[in-house]
Design a protein around this ligand. Structure first.
Ligand SMILES: [Mg+2]
Length: 234
């Protein structure tokens, strides 16, 4: 019997494009302006000095730091001071109402319904816990933070390793069989399934859904949240 839901964000509750088409370009374009305005903020200075150290710069200004950071964004480098500064810029953007994070209508309705049925819902995403909270507190449906009982990121381990799902189950004090994991990525679902969790493969692309719909799979395969069945006793 399913006691708890664990969900991925990108491609599952939300469009995969939002992060790439909205968040990343926004941070890229706002970087210089943000650094100039917040240059003396200790959190900004801390990130900036890490950038300077990595690049062995003794003399630098917002313009120089911006061009380094923009280069890293273009190369898709995951470097801590870059992630920190992007997080600060996104936070400001969300708070100023410059954008709202995307959540599919079906995900919004079903998450709300499960929440009303007192089924705990947790998130497991590769974005930091802080970024996940920011994401769900500024959605097109408003602040949805109240729907979730907790958040996991890759501090618990990679989403493609069974051990990470075992650790999540342990931290929730539940046998994995009582947790259902929702994702759009097969390798993540295979790992969750290997750890003993129930799994739902959310395939939002309709042609990809019709191709995969009838293939034998240990995962429940659905085109959206409306089709998810929680009545999958092992
Ligand atoms: Mg995903």
């Amino acid at each position: 019997m399913i006691k708890t839901i664990l969900t991925d964000i990108e491609g599952t509750t939300s469009s995969i494009n939002f992060v790439h088409d909205v968040l990343f370009p926004y941070a890229y374009n706002k970087m210089e302006d943000f650094l100039r305005k917040n240059w003396h903020n200790p959190l900004v200075q801390n990130a900036v000095s890490q950038v300077a150290e990595l690049e062995k710069l003794s003399d630098y200004n917002p313009e120089i730091i911006t061009s380094i950071l923009q280069g890293w964004i273009k190369q898709d480098r995951k470097i801590t001071p870059l992630k920190d500064l992007q997080g600060m810029i996104w936070e400001e953007g969300y708070k100023n109402g410059e954008f709202q994070s995307h959540v599919y209508q079906d995900a919004y309705e079903k998450l709300t319904q499960w929440h009303q049925q007192n089924i705990p819902i947790y998130v497991y995403s590769s974005g930091s816990v802080q970024a996940q909270k920011l994401f769900f507190s500024h959605t097109i449906f408003g602040d949805l933070l109240y729907l979730f009982s907790g958040f996991f990121d890759t501090n618990i381990g990679s989403k493609k390793e069974a051990q990470s799902y075992q650790k999540i189950a342990q931290s929730l004090h539940l046998p994995p069989q009582e947790i259902i994991f929702l994702s759009d990525v097969l390798a993540e679902l295979d790992s969750a399934s290997a750890a003993g969790m129930q799994t739902v493969w959310v395939i939002r692309d309709s042609s990809s859904f019709s191709q995969n719909q009838n293939t034998p799979s240990p995962h429940q395969i659905v085109p959206d949240f409306y089709h998810i069945s929680l009545l999958l006793s092992p």
